[in-house]
Write a protein that binds this ligand. Sequence first.
Ligand SMILES: Nc1ncnc2c1ncn2[C@@H]1O[C@H](COP(=O)(O)OP(=O)(O)OP(=O)(O)O)[C@@H](O)[C@H]1O
Length: 254
Amino acid sequence: MVILDARNIVKVYGGSSGEGATKALDGVSLSINKGEFVAIMGPSGSGKTTLLNVLSGIDQPTSGEVSISGEEISEMSGDQLALFRRKQLGFVFQEFNLLDSLTVKENIILPMVLEKKTAADMDTKVHGLANLFEIDSILDKYPYNISGGQQQRTAVSRALVNDPAMIFADEPTGNLDSKSSAVIMECFEKIVDELSTTVLLVTHDVFAASYCHKVVFIKDGMIYSSIVKKGSRKEFLNRIMDNLAVLGGRTYDI
Ligand SMILES: Nc1ncnc2c1ncn2[C@@H]1O[C@H](COP(=O)(O)OP(=O)(O)OP(=O)(O)O)[C@@H](O)[C@H]1O
């Protein structure tokens, strides 16, 4: 079942044409099925973050359509989009974006508070996620007293708490060491395998991308190629590196 469908997306920054305009996306079409785990890779400046932002409704395309769960988000007003994002989507960022004045538990349940869920629902949910991601013992701590990897697992729990149709992640391992990156990617694997969540992430990190089912490569704002995992993660990692070598551009994190 297709969960995200993007058709002919164009994004121009700084006016639709003329001097000073940058065409960041140039006719991108992409479909993602429920339960897929997809990475977007490409050289610096190729349009990865722009694509993630347009697909997730953070930013509007200059032209083209995006639908998620059958709803055309490109036609929604700002308020409708904000509500749709809050109810249907989960976000994970490189910087974790946790609130320092709230405990881990409070950070996780914040989106449920906004949705006016019951205290019992919040409790059940937070303990289920904390158990899944092994952060039970730090629920009463504050973000500045836990490790980067624990902060990111808190952020992933928060992204999941309202059962989103899809999770979007921008460089989720960008601030983590290799061990914590592996733990976070295993968390994403768990939510795809055990909760059938759909995950789309942008990454420079070949190791992180090798956990995904599929990698889409973009260059100059266009889809260049895509590969699907067959065989082991190590074999997939080697194929990703081969494709990046063909793509050119900056050095990638391995
Ligand atoms: N707000 C903006 N205003 C103007 N141009 C922008 C803006 N954001 C991005 N761009 C330009 O659009 C193009 C694509 O940028 P984008 O950030 O999507 O690339 P990226 O592949 O995510 O890069 P990186 O890997 O370096 O983060 C680049 O040429 C960039 O300079």
